[in-house]
Ligand binder design. Structure first.
Ligand code: HEM
Length: 759
């Protein structure tokens, strides 16, 4: 394959990196093959059977069904063949590896490769590129009681000839067995120690014994000799051509060879709309985690990453050096980058050595691609990625050195703040897209929820402009969430949030963004720094009275929280606001809000009040819940909440800071004041919760601005209400230190310009 190839590359990693450096360890529950968390339930058997049951409803003539993970929706009636814990357990395990580049159906296929190989069977040729079904498919798994005509017809529908039917059944029924719990007529209760009758005496070895025992009459396979005569399907299948096929595959080699081929056919049976990749073989050389960063000062880029070298044919010890030789952005030149050995890794059949590199390269001439050159005792070998070189795009990349993931807040949410560097001269909106995984549930598959956030220009370096975007997500999603930064058709994609630190060093800029012209911030081209800190700030001031940062309000993902109180200060142009009391309700629908900081600082003590009803203004269509009730605005309107008493917390001054609020049920009824809607309540207001509050005695008064604008710009304040605090979240502050001026602003107002949440 030619690198990069998204689906192929990720499955290749999962298939090959079992242990060592960068291990993915996908086969963990099938190594050793005997592993059975529940005695009698072989994981390896479950993996293999899951793939067959997913594929079996295929109708190749119609081009429908096949290995498409539809089994994820087929665990209940009428899919009676899919009983037992193995399917859900297998899928749940696979879902930990699910991503935009690893579909559940590819993972089911990989599970066959892993289980067969872990149990000593052949390496089943594996392709990638399967696409997951979005709903249940047809009923269509053969039943042990089906007669041979029906069985033959069912396999014909799947695209398997009568001979192939015999082969695939014999290649399936060597791991695991029949369970009494699911098939009490075939294996009567209490007739086996663990409630399972294995197919052969070596149920934890992927071998030909199932055939040997069948042919010599010693078999205990319950689908051959079990007490339920109608359910002797293996006997009917194996004997259907007078044992010709089964006899032909009885040697270890012929069994392994036949099974490798027929199982690959099973894995490649996919809906006609799906195009699979080539069979996955290890890349001889594979770049890993390539990363550009603009170095402080802007004149250089730091190019870092790893090279994974396949050592099956060129042993690691024979390599005296491995270098990258790169071309500049015009395609010219051949500069070297040295590497250092990082360590080894291994798969079932493959070994690798990783080499680290990190090197400064001139930002002006930059980089477009590289080749990898090794020096061995027998000479020099260049790897050029099928003649194309390994491409490196310098148009946009994550400035990882300045991107952060904050530590979890009280609701268990993290805030990712991503900085992207965009090459000067690049036009188009700069977006941050997070791929959040919506976890699988029983009889459902995991899905990806993509959340796009428009990034906000922050400042410029010599050859790059920095943009920033922020997004809050539950801490548990950290491992599973990938992000892309994109401008036009260029992107830096499938980036992991793991590894981003909780605080970052200064972002090195020239002056401050040019769009701050109407502010007092100096735009002189003197060196400035932007410091990002995740430290919560309770006091924010800005020396400019008009500096404006478009921002979006934010809702967080957490679906359950324990705290009964949340605080929020949506802007006057936020989802809801209550004109009289300043009672506010944030929306579950992410809403665009702009905010402006000002110089005003004031102390805002809060007081708790119980009201019988209150009105809240929704400036546009939205939905919120309060005290367990949902309220929907289909357009801008005022909604009256009467489901009270409602405990609200309002500011003394009424000068703009919005209150914290506590939703409670009535204490008169004797129901403890634990609001039913708090999970949602917290969720919807969470993103607004860490602003300056009365605890600091200081809050920023600010002017709400229009909802428009996605760049750092001042004066977008049409419709503003001066004096209203809209400083949504302030866990991070920034210091712009220019030669002519020094300004501390609520940096999160910029960051939150991109904050959206999944719920
Ligand atoms: C005529 C077609 C087939 C029939 C009627 C059939 C039937 C069955 C039955 C009744 C069981 C016992 C399930 C349990 O009690 O947990 C079973 C287990 C199993 N089948 Fe099949 N099967 C067929 C084809 C296949 C194929 C083609 C494969 C894979 C290529 C396969 C793989 C397995 C595996 C691995 C198990 C053991 C599962 C475990 O131990 O948890 N089967 N099969």
């Amino acid at each position: 394959a030619t690198w990069p190839s998204p689906a192929y590359d990720e499955i290749e990693d999962l298939m090959l990196l079992n242990s060592g450096v960068n291990a993915r360890n996908f086969p963990f529950p099938v190594v050793p093959c005997t592993f059975a968390p529940t005695p009698g339930h072989s994981v390896a058997g479950g993996f293999l059977r899951t793939a067959f049951h997913d594929m079996a409803p295929a109708d190749v003539a119609a081009g429908t069904g096949g290995l498409d993970a539809s089994i994820g929706f087929e665990l209940l009636e009428p899919y009676i063949e899919n009983t037992g814990p193995a399917f859900n357990a297998s899928l749940t395990y696979y879902s930990k590896f699910f991503s935009s580049r690893a579909s559940m159906s590819d993972l089911i296929a990989l599970g066959v490769y892993a289980s067969v190989r872990a149990c000593g069977g052949p390496a089943v040729p594996l392709k990638a590129g399967r696409i997951d079904a979005t709903q249940a498919g047809a009923v269509g798994v053969p039943d042990a009681k089906d007669d041979i005509t029906k069985l033959t017809g069912e396999f014909a529908r799947m695209g398997f000839s009568p001979t192939e039917m015999i082969q695939i059944v014999a290649c399936g029924h060597t791991l695991g067995g029949v369970h009494s719990a699911e098939h009490p007529t075939i294996v009567p209760a209490n007739t086996t120690t663990l409630g399972v009758q294995n197919f052969d005496a070596t149920n934890n070895t992927y071998d030909n014994l199932v055939i040997i025992e069948y042919l010599d009459g010693s078999t205990k396979n319950p689908l051959v000799v079990g007490p339920d005569l109608d359910a002797r399907s293996d006997l009917r299948v194996f004997a259907s051509d007078d044992n010709e096929t089964i006899s032909a595959m009885q040697t270890a080699n012929s069994y392994a060879g036949t099974c490798s081929t027929i199982l690959a056919k099973m894995l490649d049976t996919v809906p006609s709309s799906v195009t699979l990749t080539d069979i996955i073989t290890p890349y001889p050389v594979k770049p890993v985690n390539l990363q550009l960063n603009v170095a402080p000062g802007g004149d250089n880029l730091i190019f870092s990453g790893q090279i994974r070298f396949w050592t099956n044919t060129v042993p690691a010890l024979s390599i005296s050096s491995l270098k990258l030789v790169y071309k500049d952005r015009s395609g010219a030149g051949s500069e070297n980058i040295d590497t250092l050995v990082a360590g080894d890794a291994a798969g079932f059949d493959d070994t690798f050595t990783f080499f680290n590199f990190s090197s400064g390269i001139p930002a002006k001439s930059s980089i477009s691609s590289f080749t990898v050159v090794i020096t061995t005792s027998s000479g020099i070998v260049a790897y050029d990625n099928n003649g194309e070189g390994f491409p490196v795009s310098d148009t946009i990349f994550t400035q990882t050195a300045n991107s952060i993931v904050s530590s979890a807040d009280s609701a268990g949410n993290l805030l990712a703040t991503i900085v992207a560097a965009v090459r000067h001269g690049t036009t188009g909106e700069v977006d941050l897209t997070l791929s959040l995984v919506k976890a699988m549930t029983y009889n459902n598959l995991p899905t990806l929820v993509k959340q796009k956030v428009t990034m906000t220009k922050v400042c410029e370096s010599k050859y790059y402009t920095f943009y920033m975007g922020s997004y809050s997500f539950p801490a548990a999603a950290l491992k599973f969430t990938k992000y892309d930064v994109t401008v036009g058709s260029s992107s830096d994609s499938f980036k992991s949030l793991v590894g981003l630190s909780a605080s970052a060093s200064a972002l090195s800029c020239i002056g401050v963004s040019a769009s701050t012209t109407s502010t007092s911030i100096s735009t002189a081209s003197t060196a400035s720094t932007v410091s990002i800190s995740t430290k919560s700030s309770t006091s924010l001031t800005a020396s400019s009275s008009t500096l404006s940062y478009p921002s979006k309000s934010s809702t967080a993902w957490a679906s359950s929280v324990s705290t009964a109180t949340s605080s929020g200060k949506p802007s006057t142009k936020g989802s809801h606001w209550t004109s009289g009391s300043k009672m506010s309700i944030a929306s579950t629908v992410p809403s665009p809000v702009s905010s402006t900081t000002s110089t005003t600082s004031e102390s805002v003590p809060y007081t708790i009040t119980v009201v019988t009803s209150f009105e809240t203004y929704c400036p546009y269509a939205t939905k919120f819940s309060y005290n367990g009730k949902w309220y929907t605005a289909i357009s801008a309107t005022t909604i009256t909440v009467t489901d009270c008493p409602c405990t609200i917390s309002v500011p003394w001054t009424n000068k703009g800071a919005f209150p914290t609020f506590t939703a409670t049920t009535s204490t008169e009824t004797g129901i403890p004041s634990t609001p039913t809607s708090l999970a949602n309540w917290q969720r919807i207001s969470k993103g607004l919760s860490s602003e300056p509050t009365s605890t600091s005695g200081t809050a920023v008064a600010a002017a709400a601005t229009s909802t428009s604008g996605s760049t750092l710009g001042a004066g977008k304040g049409s419709g503003s209400e001066s004096g209203t605090s809209v400083s949504h979240v302030s866990p991070a502050i920034a210091t712009f230190t220019g030669a002519a001026d020094a300004v501390t602003i609520n940096f999160m107002a910029v960051l939150m310009g991109a904050a959206l949440h999944l719920f």
